[in-house]
Design a protein around this ligand. Sequence first.
Ligand SMILES: [Zn+2]
Ligand SMILES: [Zn+2]
Length: 98
Amino acid sequence: MKSSFVRTIALATLYILAAPIYAIVGIRRVGHLWSVRNVLTAGKITCPHCSAVNDLDVLSICGRCKTVEYGNRLRCSACRNVTKGFNCDRCTVTIWVL
Ligand SMILES: [Zn+2]
Ligand SMILES: [Zn+2]
């Protein structure tokens, strides 16, 4: 009886100590999702290397099923493959979006 009480108190203390860490991780994740949302809403992303503006809706080839289609270059509508980045149209450096 007493050991289960101590175990419960120890577990509650662990949760209380871990709460700020989970809050920080959650805030960072929300910030990342917000920036991804802004990029997807704008439909274009500026290359951090050469400052070229790359449209997201272009004629693209799926890296998995090789379907060629107009649409979002980050997602294939045929096989539902989602890529996290693409190569800049000008300097070919990989731009990570997701
Ligand atoms: Zn595909
Ligand atoms: Zn570039």
